[in-house]
Design a binder for this molecule. Structure first.
Ligand code: SAH
Length: 246
């Protein structure tokens, strides 16, 4: 079964765009996923085919109309009733690797891309829509968010990544950031590759990588580290626990 991405957008010509090259592009050619952009404007019914209007209550910008969006979403739901329907919104649940993995294991995804000030709120009450954010910043439209979500899913589809295991050791898969990588040349600007990586001792290498991943996560992302350790990283006294140095 082909993982099918329906993208509801005012700019269908943006797709597959960056997903048409490299890993995702090859996977698209091989039929491992299907890209189906849907023009939201096709569901406008007035003479001017308008999709937006001024915000009720006043203020800047324009709001995407619930009636037009409702018809577009119904079309997507009819074509892919079992795929999650996701709206890109800055207030949505932050996208995680766990959610990406769950979506990638399903039949596909339908993604609603906002523009202007966003969507008429009533849409979210009337349809089964999950809101997802790709980070705490504001984009001009949901399309870049859709690329992000799709790229993260596509690389996990069966047969897309070269080495079957290369997805499993990566950042976030075990709740940790990844260990550092090195490749030839052995010496670059006077800097050498860590000795252990040239030892050929696989157990020692695995242990070193695990320690590196832990150290990097602890220093760069204390939030991830705490979750990985199972809850707040605190001693009974409430003082922050010193974790053993390597
Ligand atoms: N008025 C909104 C921002 C609208 S930006 C607010 O203040 O929250 C226009 C569109 O870009 C949004 O409807 C959404 O689809 C998309 N977008 C912007 N930032 C995003 C983010 N961080 N994650 C996902 N989608 C985003």
């Amino acid at each position: 079964m082909t993982f099918t991405a329906q993208i509801l957008t005012l700019y269908p010509e943006m797709f597959p765009g960056p997903l048409g090259v490299s890993l995702a592009g090859r996977a698209l050619e091989e039929g491992r996923w299907a890209c189906e952009p849907i023009q939201i404007r096709d569901f406008a019914e007035d003479r001017h085919r308008s999709v937006d209007d001024t915000p009720a209550g006043g203020g800047a910008g324009m709001v995407l109309r619930a009636d037009v969006l409702g018809r577009a979403v119904d079309h997507a739901l009819e074509r892919a009733p079992d795929a999650p329907l996701i709206a890109m919104t800055p207030r949505g649940a932050p996208l995680t690797q766990a959610r990406v993995r769950a979506i990638a294991s399903g039949p596909g995804v339908s993604i609603l891309c906002g523009r202007f000030e966003g969507f008429d709120e009533r849409l979210f009450d009337a349809r089964p829509i999950e809101e997802i954010s790709i980070g705490d910043y504001v984009l001009s439209g949901g399309e870049i968010g859709a690329f992000t979500l799709l790229d993260a899913c596509i690389r996990l589809l069966p047969g897309v990544m070269g080495a079957a295991s290369s997805g499993e050791e990566e950042s976030f898969e075990d709740g940790l950031l990844e260990y550092p990588h090195y490749t030839r040349p052995q010496i670059w600007e006077g800097r050498t590759i860590p000795e252990v990586l040239r030892s050929g001792d696989h157990a020692k290498i695995a242990a070193w990588r695990k320690r590196q991943a832990e150290t990097i996560t602890r220093s760069r992302r204390p939030d991830l580290w705490e979750r990985h350790r199972g809850g707040p990283d605190q001693s009974p006294s409430g003082a922050r626990r010193e974790t053993k140095k390597d």
